[in-house]
Design a protein around this ligand. Structure first.
Ligand code: GAR
Length: 225
């Protein structure tokens, strides 16, 4: 990153343990990382990630969504005020389990990322690991994408793949995919914050190289075993 250019101010929105949040916080500690995690916001006071954020010296804000019930717009008005207060430029959703209104999503379009533990557009929504196992796919993974009003949809910024094993359970598959999530989310944010991607309709294009050249085949061909 150009030393003179300021780091983009990022908010991470969580609802739970925040392991992706932790991966982003760690990555952003590097001097040449183009973003800084300016605030962590949770819609639940009991989210485990809040403590970790505070321990890292990052402001951690709770805006309980429950009292707002179905009034999503009222919750988002408070959320937006807090984002404004922290002068946030980019949002990363990290296991944020509250549906957002189309209006809020459109306001942040192109500046808000989400991570989902499947190779989207396959297996959006709940229990993506169980969906992958039931479908019998041999490769699954994780996707970082721009957020659109539809759940777990939107231009794909980065994906990482793992082989699905015959003896996988949802837990073992989730564990391997989570390790991939922790690698791709910081890389995806690096690209976005560094101005290295652009949206071309529903397709996210990379301004730099970096296409993987090796095919990933699962199960491995017999001669390679
Ligand atoms: C992650 O696996 C993330 O991909 C998933 O929630 C988990 C949050 O874990 N998100 C979704 O399923 C979004 N539809 P974390 O709190 O440890 O980052």
């Amino acid at each position: 990153m150009d030393r003179a250019s300021p780091k983009r101010r990022v908010a991470i929105l969580i609802s739970g343990r925040g392991s992706n949040m932790t991966a982003l916080i760690k990555a952003a500690m590097a001097e040449d990382y183009p973003a800084e995690i300016s605030v962590v916001m949770s819609n639940r006071a009991d989210a485990g990630g809040l403590e970790m954020a505070r321990a890292s010296g990052i402001p951690a804000v709770t805006i309980e969504s429950k009292p707002f019930g179905k009034d999503r717009a009222a919750f988002e008005a408070v959320l937006q005020a807090s984002l404004d207060e922290h002068r946030i430029e980019l949002i990363c959703l990290g296991g944020f389990m509250r549906l957002l209104t189309a209006e809020f999503v459109q306001r942040w379009y192109g500046r808000m990322l989400n991570i989902h533990p499947s190779l989207l557009p396959s297996f959006p929504g709940l229990d993506p690991h169980g969906q992958a196992l039931s479908a019998g796919v041999k490769i699954s993974g994780a996707t970082v994408h721009f957020v659109t009003p539809q759940t777990d949809a939107g231009p794909v910024l980065m994906q990482g793949a793992v082989a699905v094993r015959d003896d996988d359970t949802t837990d073992t598959l989730a564990e391997r995919i989570l390790a991939v999530e922790h690698r791709i989310y910081p890389e995806a944010l690096r690209l976005l914050a560094g101005g290295k991607v652009r949206l071309d309709g529903n397709v996210c294009r990379l301004e730099v190289g970096g296409v993987s050249s090796e095919p990933f085949i699962s199960p491995a061909p017999i001669e390679r075993r």
